[in-house]
Design a protein around this ligand. Structure first.
Ligand code: NCD
Ligand code: ZN
Ligand code: ZN
Length: 425
């Protein structure tokens, strides 16, 4: 194993120091460390963060390897500064058995660019009718702890209650895609002034808020853990605020796109802006940003949702919902939060690692800690070029935008997965 001496790096914005990585861990930090045969990396001006952890990634393998594979998504993640991603279960076949989650987990290990932690489906085939084999997935080599029917809501309250009860035994968590399906039939975008003007069927905020309200009550009743995926409305923030004040075991995520973009994008009719839940209003964006700062929203999760060209470059109504996120998330966080490194580490690394139970991730670089970390150039800016992304898909909503920050290097257990801004393999 190669040793690396990272010279003059700022740990989470602190005064520059040296950082020696050896045998997969941070061996030493301090001024003017001796290279002692280690490969020297000049990190003047760079900030070191604990490797980012994404709780919500769609990797499309098995089933849609034309849109993304475990390997291509892992590469996109590493380039985005991530050292671990949780892979959603809405693949084909669905990750609802020990066999499928183990397959995804193995593919992640073979790619070796980030730790890929599979999420298991809550119900068989995401059909919302029968509970999947949660216990078998938990006991499998993939050691699944997060279960989600993401893409679909676990709408049946009885099934949701059973799932919450079941995962309590192994401290698992149900990650809910909060969407009351009866309120979103035919929905194309956020229900509001813009949808009225465009004549598109709306997805009302209350369709999300009603499910979150129900689920925090169920989680409270059962004494189990609930995680709310992609929170998108100001009203959801208020429901979560009240639940947390009562001590409900609920955590919540917001996506980069819901922190930056609004429903006016739909006026272009460009389906790159079509996503579930839909882009909302300025008031929602303001509330989501405030909640991310005050902690009512615990984490940023990308909901990286690659789609093949034919599923995106078509009429709005026929396009699949979802957008890329892994390679731009840190830049969006910098844009929205500014260089508040401790807050960024908390929301994008430490807390998601804790929610997912990934013990070797989300740890600040310090002697003895696994060397999962990322080096960021906060002074750099880059214009997003879809063709330059490592993802196999091109559906980024940020094409042509100039964004702050650049990931220069990422280390997974002491080995670089990204160096000089390029993937190592
Ligand atoms: N977010 C999306 O619009 N799409 C996701 C599913 C999901 O996260 O609901 C996808 O799998 O494409
Ligand atoms: Zn979802
Ligand atoms: Zn998703």
């Amino acid at each position: 194993m190669t040793a690396y001496l990272i010279k003059g790096v700022s740990l989470l914005g602190a005064e520059p120091t040296d950082l020696l990585i050896r045998d997969g861990v941070v061996a030493e930090t301090g001024a003017d460390l001796a290279a002692d045969g280690a490969t020297v990396i000049d990190a003047a001006g760079l900030v070191a963060l604990p490797g980012l952890v994404d709780l919500h990634t769609h990797l499309r393998e098995p089933g849609r390897e034309d849109a993304e594979t475990v390997e291509s998504g892992s590469r996109a993640a590493a380039l985005g500064g991530y050292t671990a991603v949780c892979a959603m279960a809405n693949t084909s076949p669905v990750a609802d058995t020990a066999g499928v989650v183990e397959q995804v987990w193995r593919l992640g290990r073979e790619a070796g660019l980030v730790d890929v932690q599979p999420i298991g489906a809550v119900t068989v085939g995401l059909a919302g009718e029968r509970l999947a084999e949660l216990g078998a997935m938990a006991d499998s080599a993939a050691r699944v702890r997060i279960f989600s029917d993401d893409g679909h809501c676990v709408a049946d309250p009885r099934l949701m209650r059973r799932a919450l009860e079941y995962v309590k035994a192994f401290d698992g968590v149900i990650a809910q895609h909060a969407e009351e399906p009866r309120l979103t039939e035919g929905a194309q975008m956020h229900e509001g002034a813009v949808s009225t003007r465009l004549g598109l069927t709306g997805w009302p905020a209350v369709a999300e808020e009603a499910i979150i309200a129900r689920d925090v009550l169920l989680a409270e009743h059962v004494g189990s853990r609930l995680h709310v995926c992609h929170v998108s409305t100001a009203g959801s923030v208020e429901v979560l605020r009240q639940a947390k004040a009562r001590g409900v075991r609920v955590t919540a995520e917001v996506t980069p796109h819901h922190l930056l973009l609004t429903d006016v994008r739909a006026e272009t009719y460009d389906p790159v802006y079509k996503v579930n839940p839909p882009l909302r209003t300025d008031e929602d964006v303001t509330a989501l940003r405030a909640a991310l700062v005050d902690g009512v929203i615990d984490i940023v999760a990308t909901d990286h949702a690659p789609h093949a060209v034919e599923d995106k470059e078509c009429e709005w109504a026929y396009a699949r919902p979802g957008m890329l996120g892994l390679e731009t998330a840190l830049s969006i966080a910098l844009e929205v939060l500014g260089p508040r490194w401790d807050l960024i580490a908390e929301r994008m690394s430490r807390t998601p690692a804790r929610i997912a139970g990934l013990e070797s991730h989300g740890l600040d670089p310090a002697p003895g800690v696994p060397a999962n970390l990322t080096l960021v150039d906060p002074a750099a800016r880059r214009v997003v070029e879809p063709g330059e992304l490592a993802s196999l898909s091109r559906n980024t909503p940020y094409a042509g935008m100039s964004l702050p920050g650049r990931v220069v290097a990422t280390f997974l257990r002491g080995e670089p997965t990204v160096l000089d801004g390029k993937a190592v393999k």
